[in-house]
Design a protein around this ligand. Sequence first.
Ligand SMILES: Cc1cc2nc3c(=O)[nH]c(=O)nc-3n(C[C@H](O)[C@H](O)[C@H](O)COP(=O)(O)OP(=O)(O)OC[C@H]3O[C@@H](n4cnc5c(N)ncnc54)[C@H](O)[C@@H]3O)c2cc1C
Length: 821
Amino acid sequence: MVEPKPPRGPHQESGGAKLAGTTDHPSRARVVIIGGGVIGCSVAYHLAKLGQTDVVLLEQGELSCGTTWHAAGIVGQVRPTESMTALARYSIDLYGGLEQETGFSTGWRQCGALWVARTEERVTHLMRAAASARGFGTVAEIVSPQEAQKRFPLMNIDDLKAAVWLPEDGTANPVDLTQALARGAQSREVRIIERTRVTSINMANGRVCSVATDNDVIECETLVLAAGQWSKALGDTIGVTVPLYPSQHFYAVTETITGIDTDTPILRDPDGHVYFKPEVGGLVAGCFEPNALPWVRSADIPSPFEFRLLDENWEHFGPWMESAAQRIPALETSGIRKLYNGPESFTPDNNFLLGAFPDVDGVYVAAGFNSGGIANAGGAGLALAEWIVEGAPTRDLWSVDIARFAPYASSDKWLRTRTIETLGDHYALPFPNREPATGRGIRRSPVHHLHEKAGASFGTKLGWERVNWYAGQGKSAEVVYSFGRQNWHENVAGEHRAARQRVALFDQTSFGKLLVQGPDAEKLLQYLCANDVAVPPGDVVYTSMLNEQGCFETDVTITRTGAEEFLIVTGAAQEIRDLAYLRRNIAGEHTAVVTDVTSAYAVFGVMGPNSRRLMTRCSDADFSAQGFKFATSRLVDFAHTQIRATRMTYVGALGWELYVPTECAVGVYEFLLAQGADLGITQAGYYAIDSLRLEKGYRAWGRELNTDITLIEAGLEKFSKLDTDIPFRGREALEKQQHAELSQQLINFAVDDRDVTLWGGEMILRGDQKVGTVTSAAYGHTADSVVGIALMRQCVDGHDWSVADDLWVDVAGERARVHVR
Ligand SMILES: Cc1cc2nc3c(=O)[nH]c(=O)nc-3n(C[C@H](O)[C@H](O)[C@H](O)COP(=O)(O)OP(=O)(O)OC[C@H]3O[C@@H](n4cnc5c(N)ncnc54)[C@H](O)[C@@H]3O)c2cc1C
C-alpha cells in the first residue's frame, strides 16, 4: 500500500474550497449518517433540503478521504431503466447549479461523451442503447467514426464502425462536489463531524437506537450506512446483508498531450475495455477489465485508510494501457504521471445498494456504487432522502433496492468470486438475457440433477438456479448470445407447444412462499390486498398489494389454507421484499406472524390439455372440472406421498401447481415423468413460460408491474374489490383514477414481422412520435408472431390504443409495424 496523498487526487483543477466541520458532538439526532464520502454528503444534503435537518454525519477521517477523492469524476447518464436514467439526469442538473447555491464549485464541465464500437455487435448494442436513452429523454446521437474523430481528433478510427455522441454527459471534481454537498447540508443545520469513527451500532427490538463512536454515544431513530467499502463490515455487525466487495480499480494520468483541451469529451471504448477523460492538459486512461483484481474483504480493510491508494500494478494494467494506445496513439509517446489503483466497492449485479434493510427497522444503506458513485450521488441521495422522509420509495427503485438480495449474498467468498466478473461487465456486451458465469449454484431445486441430465440451460434469480430451456440429453446447453434470435429458439418452441398441445412440466421451486398465520391474518391481508381474500379455505386468489397511490408493491397468489392461515406465493425475486413488506405491516398492530417457507416446498407446474389425465394417473383424487375447480387448492395423495395441488396457471393452460415437501420432490418429479411419457410430457423452462404468458398478456412484477404503475393503468382492476365497498390500501387513489384520463397504460401487442427479435426496452412510435416502451416481449409460438406488452405514455382518445394506427417498434434504428392485441 502506498503512502497517504493530499486530498486533491489527480484533480488539480480543484476549486479547493473546504468546509469547516463541527466539533460539537450531540447526544442524539433523528438521523445519523455514517460516511462523509460523496454519497453520505448527498444524502445529508437532500435530507436537509426536504426539511429533515436533525441530522448528524459522522466521518472517521476527513470528508472524501475514502474512495471519493480518487474517482475520475465522469458523470454519464445512460442507464438501463427509465427511473435510473432520471436519477442520473438529476445528478447532472444538480452539479451544474450547486456552486450558485453553496458558493462551492463542483468542477462541473459539460464536455459530452463518445462511445465507440469496434464490432458489429457493439454497433447493435450502441444503437439499441441510444434508442432507449432517447426514449428516456436523453440526447443520444449515432455518428460516424469520422464525425466522432472531429470531436476527439487524437482518436484512431481505423478499426471503428460507429459511435454514439451524448452531449449532456460531463465531469465533476469529486472532492469539490463532496464539499459543495456538505456545505449545502451544513447551511441547513446538518452537523458534519469529522475524525469520529462509529465503533458499533446498537439495536433494540430489531430497531436501531444509537451508535457508539470512538468519542461517545449518539442516540438516533434512523441510521444510514453510507460508509462505502466499509458498509459491509458495519452491516455484518447487525446481521444485515450488504453485498459489496472492494476491488482494485485502475487508471493512469498522463503528462500533457498536445491536442487535449477543455473541450475534449469523455471517450469510452468498451471493446477495448478502456475509457478516457481530459485531465489538466493530459488524459486519464482507465479500464474496466474482464479479469478484475478483488482487494480484501470489507472487514479486513486496514485502518486508518485515508487518502490512500493501493500499490501500482503495471503487470495487470499494462495490457489495458496498450489497448488505450490503440485508440489514442499519442499515448505511446506521452509520459505517465501516475498509475492510480484505488479500491472501489462492486456489487454482484453491478447495481448500487439503496434503501431500507428488509430485516431490521430504521437502518438504510447507500453504498456499492460500482465506479458510478460520482455520477449517481445526486440521484441516489435524493431517492434515499425521499425514502427516509416518506417512509417508502417515491419512485420505482427495484433495480437498486437492497431487498433484491437474500442472506446468501453476505458471503465474502461469494462476493469476491462475483467481483472478478462484475467489474468487467461494465464494458462486456450487455446481451439482454446474459447470465452471470461466476458465483452460480447457490440455491438449487431438489431435482436440479434431473434437469442437468435433461440438458438444461440454467439462469439465476435470487441465487436460485432455474431452467431457462432444455437442450436435450447429451446436447450442449450453452447459449450463443446475440441481440437477434438465439440458438434456443426451436427448443423453446417445442416446450411451448407441449404446454399448449400436450403436457409440460415446469420446475417453479424458486417461487417465494410466505405463510401468514394468526387471528388477524384475514384482516391484515384483506386490507393489504386489492382483491378479496376473505374466501373459504381452499380457495386461491390472484391479487396485487398496492401502495397508497394504487401502485404495485407486489402481485401474488394467495391460498387460504385454514381459518387463520394463508399461503402467499410470490415471484422468486420478491421473496425478501414481500416478507419485509408483510412483517412491517403486521408490526405491533395485528395478531399475526409471517414465516418464509420457501425452502419447505418444491413447486412443479403440470400444464397443458393432458394435465388432467396425468394428475389422475398419479392420484386417486378427483381432478375433474367439477371436482377440482379453477382457483382452488387442496392436499391430495399424490405419487407416494401427500402434496398440495393448486389449480392455477400463469401460462394460460389447464393445469395444476404442485407444492411438494422438499424431501419428496425427487420421487414426485420422477413419477410425473414416468406416468406422463405416453402423454407427451415435456420438461419446460422459464423462456417457455415467458412466451406462453405473453401470448395471454399476463403481467409480470418487475417487468410490467412496479411502484410507478397503478392497478388501473395495468388493466388489472378486475382483480380487485373496487366493485365492493370493502376498504383496501390504494383504493382511494384508484377511485379517483377511475374517472380521470390515464397518463400511462399497459397494452398487449404483436409485431407483423416474424423475424424481429425484441427483448424489452425498445421504443414504440406512433408515426415519428415516441409513445411507449416495450416492457416484455417473446416469440409466441402458438400465435406465430412476436408478442409483447408495452407501457404507453401518450394518450389516445378514449384510452383505446386498439384503435391507434401507425404504431411501430424501433429495433436498433429499424422499424417494425406493431398491432395492439
Ligand atoms: C479508480 C476509480 C475511478 C473512479 N471513477 C469514477 C468516475 O469516473 N465516475 C463515477 O461516478 N465514479 C467513479 N468512481 C467511483 C466513486 O469514486 C465511488 O463510487 C464513490 O466515491 C463512492 O462514494 P462513497 O461515499 O460511497 O464512498 P467513500 O468515498 O469511500 O465514503 C465512505 C466514507 O465512510 C467513511 N467511514 C467508513 N467507516 C466509517 C465509520 N465506521 N465511521 C465513520 N466513517 C466511516 C470512510 O472514511 C469514507 O470517507 C471511481 C472509483 C475509483 C476507485
